[in-house]
Design a protein around this ligand. Structure first.
Ligand SMILES: *Cc1c(COP(=O)(O)O)cnc(C)c1O
Length: 369
């Protein structure tokens, strides 16, 4: 493993114990309602230590939209079934069969390629057929499902494990009781018509939490693909806190590189800023301003909230400018930020930001790893 300096900045601090705890509590919440959880690792690029913490919390399925991330997990020897949750591109079929046990699919031509590639390597690749219930991203339209199933059934090397849907993404469609009932009735119809039984009926993502919480009848829904709320501790419809989850599993720490008393209004003729927008500022007289050593090239600034009573005034490629309010901060001090999921994703992707792990390892892996 890489040796890291815990005090390097800028850094993200990844609390493996909190991620483990959130995964465990969510898994048991869903388990009690007859729903299995796939942990979605794309927000952390399939990070092996985080993936391992999830598996140690009892999760059997890890899911990611990128085959490169699944390869990372596979290469780390983590024991879980791996699911590709973006329909494979033709150019990556070989890797998909090699590194993923299951993929979501919506195109027969892709499934045919998966079938022939799996045949070459004597593998059985699992297929979850995505159904579009109106969010208008991926998925086969309900009326075309029967036709597609007919074409897949004779194929060797692939096995239909079930169906799934994804709502609340492009169209912002709410995964409510009506949508889930629709998925249930689609599943039941297909099972009857083709005399099959789906192992997986995957109803959605973190946006489904409220539905699960209040649902009287979950029907045939027996799986969800959960990423964001494990990390943020919030559901993704109203972004309300989920009381039994931790919120700061991953936070950003960066150093202050300038502190000066300056006025709050720019001097001179105001034109466009570094990103082509005309900025506006409120006149608060002279304030204590700090510059922090990260900018838009590192992280999605909109998703940052400083911990403590301070505020972000603006950001350019390499700087965040802050109002320190009443806080006493010096050059070289560290400032901590809460991150939303978008900020977290960008910070985890940035090569300029150090990754530091807290509270690891949690427990020895079963089997003595
Ligand atoms: C990203 C993704 C998820 C996970 O969504 P969260 O909001 O992070 O829970 C689930 N399904 C698919 C298809 C996805 O692309």
């Amino acid at each position: 493993m890489t040796i890291f300096d815990k005090n390097k900045t800028p850094r993200v601090e990844i609390d493996l114990e909190k991620i483990h705890g959130n995964t465990k509590r969510l898994r048991s919440f869903f388990d009690q309602r007859g729903i299995s959880m796939m942990c979605v690792t794309k927000g952390v690029l399939g990070n092996p230590l985080i993936s391992r913490a999830m598996v140690q919390a009892g999760v059997k399925l890890l899911a990611d939209s990128r085959i490169e991330n699944l390869k990372r997990i596979r290469d780390a020897g983590i024991e879980a079934s791996l699911v590709l949750i973006r329909t494979p591109s033709m150019g990556k079929i070989k890797d998909v069969v090699k590194y993923a046990d299951i993929s979501v699919n919506s195109e027969i031509s892709v499934i045919e390629r998966l079938s022939s590639e799996a045949g070459k390597t004597n593998k059985i690749h699992g297929i979850i057929l995505m159904v579009d219930l109106g969010d208008l991203r991926e998925g086969i339209l309900p009326r075309d499902l029967g036709q597609t199933l007919l074409k897949i059934m004779p194929l060797t090397g692939v096995k239909i494990l079930g169906i799934g849907t994804n709502l609340g993404c492009i169209g912002g469609v709410l995964p409510d009781q009506a949508k889930m009932d629709q998925l249930t009735s689609i599943a039941r119809d297909l099972e009857l018509r083709f005399n099959i039984r789906f192992d997986i009926v995957s109803g959605g993502n973190s946006a489904n939490y409220n539905w699960v919480k209040s649902a009287g009848d979950i029907g045939r829904i027996n799986n969800l693909r959960i990423g964001e709320m494990i990390f943020t501790g919030r559901e993704t419809v109203d972004y309300a806190r989920v009381e039994f989850l931790e919120t700061n599993t991953i936070s950003l720490v960066a150093q202050v590189i300038e502190v000066k008393e300056k006025e709050s209004l720019p001097r001179g003729t105001i034109t466009t800023d570094a990103f082509g927008k005309v900025p506006t500022f409120v006149d608060r007289g002279t304030i204590t301003r700090a510059i922090v050593e990260v900018g838009r090239q590192d992280v999605l600034i909109n998703g940052l909230t400083p911990m403590g009573d301070m505020e972000i005034l603006g950001a350019s490629s390499d700087h965040i400018v802050m109002n320190l309010m009443k806080r006493h901060v010096q050059v070289g001090d560290e400032i901590r930020f809460h991150m939303d999921y978008g900020a977290m994703l960008s910070a985890m992707t940035s090569p300029y930001i150090e990754k530091v792990y807290l509270n690891s390892p949690i427990a020895p892996m079963p089997g003595g790893h």
